[in-house]
Design a protein. Sequence first.
Length: 390
Amino acid sequence: MKAIREAILATLAYADVFNYPLRGEEVGKYLISYELRVTNYELKRQLDTLTEDKELGVKNGYYFLTGRKEIVELRKKREKWSRKKIEKAKKVANLLKVIPTVKLVGISGALAMENSDEDDDIDLFIITSLGRLWLTRSLVTVLVELTGQRRRPGVSLVNSSTSPIPQPLGLEILNPKGFSLARFLPNPLKNIRVNPRRRLKRLLNYLLPLQAAYPRQSRRSELPHYKDKICLNMFVDEDHLAVPPKERSLFTAHEVVQMKPLWFKDDVYQRFLAANQWVGKWLANSLECSNVQMFKCSKQIQNPTVKKSKPLYYLITNYSIASLLHCFIASLLNGLEKMAMVFQLKYMARRRTTEKISPGRILFHPEDKSRWVMGEYKKRIANFKVLPIF
């Protein structure tokens, strides 16, 4: 029973980092323990005991650490904001169905738990076909950019809906779709979208007098303009579904089990879960949805291999025209994949921060939150004299 008690306290301490109270069934699903499986009866009994001892609080069916009942109302607000974001994410995800090499589109991060703040962006997780990672990313980026909803590497300084500059002035740095209106700007600011880094000072020097003349009316105008924008921050191909051993931790285990697919094909979501069975080391109850048949199936198709190309004379004598055409298209796509990779790597070279780029995986994180999260988690469980689980 002591092990169950410590696991419950650790689970709610981790959730508290995100100001997120848990329902009883959620405590069981995300129970933090080293391969410890707990029945619903044992879990409910221990939750009642901890509540009676005032080590935990409960309100409207939500459990939280003592003295943190205010996060219950916060969760309800965030759920309301998150549902609107999810509806927008679904529309964008459905649009990506036109790209045949996209195998899965899901939401990750806080939004996957319906715990986003009102001004948060929308993180998408995308799985691509084998050998088509960079080409798919190019197509996805262009398609989302055409909708005007993509979060760019930099955030715009002025939002048309919250700008302190009044409309009669007739001046707008960025329109709602994000395109530059350089023809309305004075000469020092022209072509700012072409090279924003080098011309940032000129833009700021131009805006500061305007900000003094028209002060901000609210704090909202000070926020970066990425609210509800689509952040394409995670791409993996179907041959690299498993998180690398060096990156496996309690934080990444939560990221895996919390990811919510909006749509997928070819059973790639089941293969993704099966390839990451290691999360059971920290979150043993979270993988009850995955069964043995799923795991056996994934072992057969988890590591598909690319067939070696045949000599030209062999193709001519043994294949039909349709097969030759198929081989030609495959070779063309392979060339485009290499071109897309080279171009994007050169583009990223001057902008690299905390990104992780490896064969079959592209992960963009404007901020690496894992260290901060685990640090806050460690502080909380120290009050309960519970051994930290990482």
